[in-house]
Design a binder for this molecule. Sequence first.
Ligand SMILES: Nc1nc2c(ncn2[C@@H]2O[C@H](COP(=O)(O)OP(=O)(O)O)[C@@H](O)[C@H]2O)c(=O)[nH]1
Ligand SMILES: [Mg+2]
Length: 181
Amino acid sequence: MLSILRKSRLKDKELRVLMLGLDNAGKTTIVKCIMKEDTSTVSPTLGFIIKTIDYNGYKLNIWDVGGQKTLRSYWRNYFEKTDALIWVVDATDRFRVSDCAEELKGLLGEEKLLGASLLVFANKTDVPGCMTPDEIREGLQLDDIKSHRWHILPCSAMTGENLVEGMDWVVKDAQQRLFLY
Ligand SMILES: Nc1nc2c(ncn2[C@@H]2O[C@H](COP(=O)(O)OP(=O)(O)O)[C@@H](O)[C@H]2O)c(=O)[nH]1
Ligand SMILES: [Mg+2]
């Protein structure tokens, strides 16, 4: 039943993308950069923002949800019908890697997210000395993930590096699943 629902939504070329990560990772800035909006005035997201991006004929409904510790318990209200989860990591934040790994692990154990593919954005790679994608891959133990298809990309919401490539992967992965069902 779920796969039929998915299929019809894919036919409509609409994808629901959930953007999550710890606070300050750069989620809102990434969305703004993709939308070609001014990225110099971003304030912490207290609730959620939905932005619709037209990408290659697909409508990506991107849900940008606040990541502060007090807000994380509300994340589950947004899980329903998620096609892709974009997990944004602040590559300069070495102190919160384990916190970040823990939160991601919790999400991947959520039943409602089982059908979603996972894109990990290692953001802020414009900052010298930040963690490499390999370090983040290790820190988040991505190689242990068996429940979801995943992909990691270094990116920057300041330069725009790899943001389009990330959306590309999300759409291609969803397309592939359409053929698998
Ligand atoms: N240098 C750098 N700073 C960034 C980047 N992305 C976001 N930031 C900054 O990180 C801070 C948090 O960004 P924000 O989008 O509010 O994070 P969110 O809490 O995940 O939505 C802001 O001061 C942004 O300007 C990036 O790619 N490079
Ligand atoms: Mg935000």
